[in-house]
Design a protein around this ligand. Structure first.
Ligand code: DP6
Length: 382
């Protein structure tokens, strides 16, 4: 018999950034974090897992290419944790097939181009964990699965939920309370849209994993951030989400992106993820909000130069128009990335283009317009 399950999982982009581990093996963070899950209709990883007694070892294919599964590595840890939970199911139900003793074949694909410059580890590990959980018919809820996905890549734990998601750092040495929880589902605030500005598809210089470890070892600013800044921000942003208070949500998101990049700069030797175009976009959004006399958009950046702009959907059209003034060659990606918004608004009258000049004009490659989305979807199981 062949047993298989297919699941897709979403990308998430943090508003309060995870940066730093207190345990590098279990992937336990030095601070809690919070993200928005993006819509899988546009960006997703899709993973099929199969178990069969004839398979001689666990194997993995990423975008069609076989990758090795390093013994004791992150992938092997996720797979063995899920097999362990399957063995519990089998012990409780003697008629259940002994899938925990079979090897698995796992095939995963991202639907977004590598050129989009988005990290795929979050959606990838979330899809892997959710597909094995479906294959094994585990009675686990998304928070329990997030504990396993966390051990694949920290940010992956947040992709087990849709909507607005917190990763609570926890305090248990075994990591059992370091997990993702839903702050609010997509339906609570569906009008939050995201515009990903693809600045560059260059390979990033310093990986998140090694960069954050260096920050933990050398940055005094990180210690201040962990102890004095993030706890209050987590409370405030959750509250803003529950009240659908966009200006507060946006201000905290921008502050936290800025502090994350300050902490990167405070690392020895310093780490630069933003480039001139990233900084130009910060200036444009800042001037847009100033001229409007209200916070209408928030920027945030991960470990690379691409901007993610969060805004209520009615502002997206004018934001694209504004960015196209500076980056006229930028294109929306073709379907399904095309824009579908109407609005009656316009760029604020007092917007001063000179405030943000001179900028390079040749390096926003394109935009991906998406929105807050739902959690992993089971596509089939047998
Ligand atoms: C800047 O989750 O990629 O995107 O746990 O080592 O796999 P590992 O790191 P990873 O780090 C993500 C860092 C970030 C911020 C965030 O997503 O919260």
């Amino acid at each position: 018999a062949l047993y298989q399950a297919t699941v897709s999982a979403p990308v998430n982009i943090a508003c309060i950034k995870y940066w730093g581990k207190r345990d590098t093996k279990l992937i336990l963070p030095t601070n809690s974090s919070l993200s928005v899950t993006l819509d899988q209709d546009h960006l997703r990883s899709t993973t099929t897992s199969r178990a069969d007694p004839s398979f001689d070892k666990d194997r993995l294919w990423l975008n069609g290419k076989e990758e090795s599964i390093e013994a004791g590595g992150r992938l092997a840890t996720c797979i063995s944790e899920l097999k362990r939970l399957r063995a519990v199911v089998e012990a409780q139900n003697p008629t259940a097939p002994k899938l925990s003793t079979y090897s698995v074949h796992i095939a995963s694909r991202n639907n977004f181009p590598t050129a989009a410059g988005l990290a795929s580890s979050a959606s990838g590990f979330a899809a892997l964990v959710a597909s094995l959980a479906a294959l094994y018919e585990l009675p686990a809820n998304p928070s329990q699965l997030s504990v396993i996905a966390r051990q694949g890549s920290g940010s992956a734990c947040r992709s087990l939920f849709g909507g607005f998601v917190a990763w609570e750092m926890g305090s248990a040495p075994d990591g059992s309370d370091s997990l993702a929880v839903e702050v609010a589902p997509r339906e609570h605030w569906p009008d939050i849209h995201a515009l990903i500005c693809v600045v560059s598809d260059d390979k990033k210089g310093t990986s998140s994993t090694s960069g954050m470890q260096r920050t933990v070892e050398t940055s005094p600013l990180l210690q201040h951030r962990i102890a004095q800044v993030v706890p209050a921000r987590m409370d405030s942003i959750k509250d803003a989400i529950l009240r659908r208070d966009f200006p507060t949500f946006a201000r905290i998101t921008m502050q936290d992106s800025n502090q994350f990049h300050a902490v990167a700069l405070d690392t020895e030797p310093p780490i630069f993820y933003l480039n001139d175009v990233s900084r130009a976009i910060i200036a444009i959004i800042t001037e847009y909000n100033r001229a409007a006399g209200a916070i209408k958009a928030a920027y945030t950046y991960d470990a690379g130069p691409n901007a993610v702009i969060y805004a209520p959907k009615e502002n997206i059209k004018e934001i694209v128009e504004l960015l196209l003034r500076y980056f006229p060659q930028a294109q929306p990606f073709p379907d399904p990335f095309a824009l579908h918004v109407d609005n009656q608004g316009s760029i604020p009258d007092g917007f001063n283009e000179k405030v943000a000049k001179p900028f390079p004009v040749a390096s926003v490659k394109g935009f991906i317009h998406t929105r807050v989305g739902d959690g992993p979807r089971k596509l089939s199981a047998e």
